[in-house]
Design a protein around this ligand. Sequence first.
Ligand code: PEP
Ligand code: MG
Length: 539
Amino acid sequence: MLQFLGKSVYNGITMGPVALLEKQDDLVRRRRIDDAEAEVARIAPACSKAQEQLQALYDKAVKEAGESSAAIFEVHQMMLEDDDYLDSIYNMIRTESVNAEYAVAQTGDNFSEMFASMDDDYMKARAADVKDISNRLIRILSGAAESDLSSMEPSILVADDLSPSETVQLDKEKILAFVTVHGSSNSHTAILARMMNIPALIGVPLDLKEIHSGMTAVVNAYEGKVTFEPDEELCRQTKAKIEEEKEKIRLLENLKGKENVTLSGKKVHIFANIGSVGDVGYVLENDAGGIGLFRSEFLYLGRDTFPTEEEQFQAYKQVLQTMAGKKVIIRTLDIGADKQVDYFNLGKEENPALGYRAIRICLKQPDIFKTQLRALLRAAVYGNLSIMYPMITAVEEVQKIYQIVEEVEKELKETQVPYKVPEQGIMIETPAAVMISDELAQIVDFFSIGTNDLTQYTLAIDRQNEKLEDFYNPHHKAILKMIQIVADNSHKYGKWTGICGELGADLALTEEFIRMGVDELSVSPSMVLKVRQRVREIS
Ligand code: PEP
Ligand code: MG
């Protein structure tokens, strides 16, 4: 048995086969080869395999999301047949005597840079595609697991680290647990694990060379432990614990349909956080009263082009219709920082968390913002929508947003497209917003406190930095005082305050939040019933 300790970011216990997700960089080490023609001969079969994979992805996407969403896989298939691209790979192998993986990676980078520097927007967008097809070829050439994992059985995913865009592409049904060498508990990847209800360990000091796909592993996130090749006794104990867990979940089920009310009669809303249309099932399954945070930027991750207005409209409409009149708070695009998307061409920044992200991008590039707003205003007709704006620091930003919303409204009216301007609120996730929350409360409909970023910006701690895990303390007095200030200022003007950061699910603070007058807690779907249980115990 090989045992390692890490930090649990979502509790649970599970057992199953390992799927090792190797990083692209590890697969493309430059090697000198003697027989260039033998190396060149490896390319054609890899291309055929890639074509097969792309065809399967195309067929799946047509079935699940329609022709237009699937078209990108056709583009990839065509690019794989491009003579210039293939000739460049062959040429590099022959002239530099390098291995095929390295030649493909270099060619992918060169072509990607060339596309990115073109003026034509369509060609610019191909920069990410050529990287994608090159990565696919490299994985095939090096015999690594397919990154879309579509053919694997439910497994424990082991990786060096995972980015939000990698995580969002994973099929939840195929993952029993996450185990990563790096990562921080406040990263979006950890948040996604909690949202997906999947046990997750980060900071596990593994040597990935000792681990291979197909090994059996036990993840006990309660103990922060992962065991590879467990003995019979551990397998037996784990099976018993998995049954105990199921029993606990069955007991929580009794709370479905019950009110979120304390013993003394104080009520609080318990809503759920989601990242995709597919998560709505978990919201209903866990009996949440509404959706307190739909991180709409996840619609933009894990793809090569901007989602169109129509695609977004359909996604929002589906969520609103499925929630059938329950409140749905959709946060506008919060891209940037750790949520990077190639086609936004955001460039490298010294301090991405303090950088060009969220509402700043929307205000600087109003065309992107307007597309999303049009989709939201159109979808508002189909249910109980509220729009929420992230990373607000100033009254002027909100006024600018309202101007843009008015422009969108005017355009929709002129073209006689049905729409509604819904309730509009803001996230309080910067200390600046806390300090002017009395002014902001007068111009918005509600506040939702993003404690993940508020902690990052108040304590000056990069939430992504794993070295600072021990310093990142959302229980810090400064944070709790800020929550009180925000709740008080909202109530002064008849508005309400919720918490949608991870702290909202912290059962040690539920009582304090209610005492402070917090009106809503929005938590990952799997925490809804646990928070309800806690609320109902408070006197
Ligand atoms: C937050 O900052 O607390 C929040 C809810 O937003 P995100 O975690 O997506 O930045
Ligand atoms: Mg935030």
